[in-house]
Write a new protein. Structure first.
Length: 335
């Protein structure tokens, strides 16, 4: 509950004004356009789906959704939803920035929420996350859990956003063990990189062969292959976006949780309440937008020493004592 209130407050704080001309609470017809990889990717898309389902369960209001298979469908999906009177429409992923901007201009009375991208229009709400902060925490845990001193990272599409995950992860690793080595691979340079579990598994096995014993996967559905490979080899994996600890209990060290579920949920809830606001919000550890996951599935892998150190690091990041460099600020990784 506290996390939800923090995120709600963050959304409220960034809105410069309310759009009186856009849809009212009485006629809310929410919709979601997922990123490539499918809504049941067990990661990014599925997190949004979970948030939408939570809204549906609480309000008994259904939502429409669409799973794209290629980039050209983003704009078509948003336009068709807008033409049908869907409002608000949540677009999942940075790839949807241009389509959302174009369609939002055509339909100024429809509200759009864009996750992981920025569109500065009076009917668009842009939600960003400080992934580097959450990645720092799981990097710290990875370094402490590693017996070889070699830690791995498998990213999806090679874009600055995923480099941001990797950079935060590396900073956390070096904070815990300056001598640790990070081995990185990106899956590809096209959106297909988000949905290639076989390739993810191959990259993970290659890293294991080089001595890596903990791998962080920030690759959408591709990460499923990484986590399966870790299970098969008896190594450790770290999930991303959704809490993936339950997928392979015993070999999932933790997950870097990115609360895209609440981004979708709050978009629908505030629209229903008449308090939806445009603007840009950036959610980090302080706002409850990112975190690391500890539950019954991984608690035996997290020692008291590890928990104490990661809890202290989290508090120090929130207070500003530890400053985690954001790769996207200058496209370089500093630690």
């Amino acid at each position: 509950m506290a996390m939800r209130l923090l995120i709600s407050a963050a959304f409220a704080a960034v809105g410069v004004f309310l759009c009186a001309s856009v849809g009212s609470a009485a006629d809310i017809k929410p919709a979601v356009v997922y990123d490539i990889g499918g809504k049941f990717d067990k990661s990014f898309n599925e997190g949004v789906y979970v948030g939408a389902e939570k809204f549906k369960a609480e309000t008994k209001l259904n939502f429409a959704d669409f799973e794209v298979t290629n980039e050209t469908q983003f704009e078509q999906a948003h336009r068709r939803f807008a033409q049908r009177g869907q409002d608000p429409i949540v677009g999942v992923g940075f790839n949807q920035a241009n389509p959302v901007e174009k369609v939002a201009k055509e339909f100024p009375n429809v509200r759009f929420t864009l996750i992981d991208g920025v569109v500065k229009l009076p009917n668009v709400q842009s939600v960003l996350f400080k992934e580097h902060e959450g990645s720092f925490l799981v990097g710290l845990l990875a370094a402490m859990a590693s017996k070889t001193g070699k830690v791995g990272f498998v990213g999806g599409m090679d874009i600055p956003l995923i480099r941001k995950f990797a950079c935060g992860f590396e900073q956390g690793i070096k904070y815990a063990n300056p001598k640790a080595e990070l081995i990185q691979n990106m899956t590809g340079t096209t959106p297909a990189a988000w949905n290639d579990p076989a390739r993810g598994g191959e990259l993970a096995k290659g890293q294991f062969d080089r001595g890596v014993d903990v791998i962080y996967a920030a690759a959408g559905a591709t990460g499923n292959g990484v986590m399966q490979a870790a299970k098969d080899r008896g190594k450790l994996a770290i999930g991303v976006d959704s809490n993936q600890n339950h997928l392979h209990p015993g070999t999932m060290l933790t997950s870097m949780v990115k609360r895209v579920d609440l981004a979708a949920y709050e978009s629908f809830k505030t629209a229903m309440a008449g308090s939806w606001q445009p603007g840009v919000s950036v959610l980090g550890l302080k706002e409850g937008g990112v975190d690391w996951a500890l539950d019954q599935h991984n608690e035996k892998l997290i020692s008291p020493e590890m928990k104490a150190k990661v809890d202290q690091a989290k508090a120090d990041i929130i207070s500003g004592k530890i400053k985690v460099h954001d790769y996207m600020s200058n496209n370089t990784c500093v630690y």
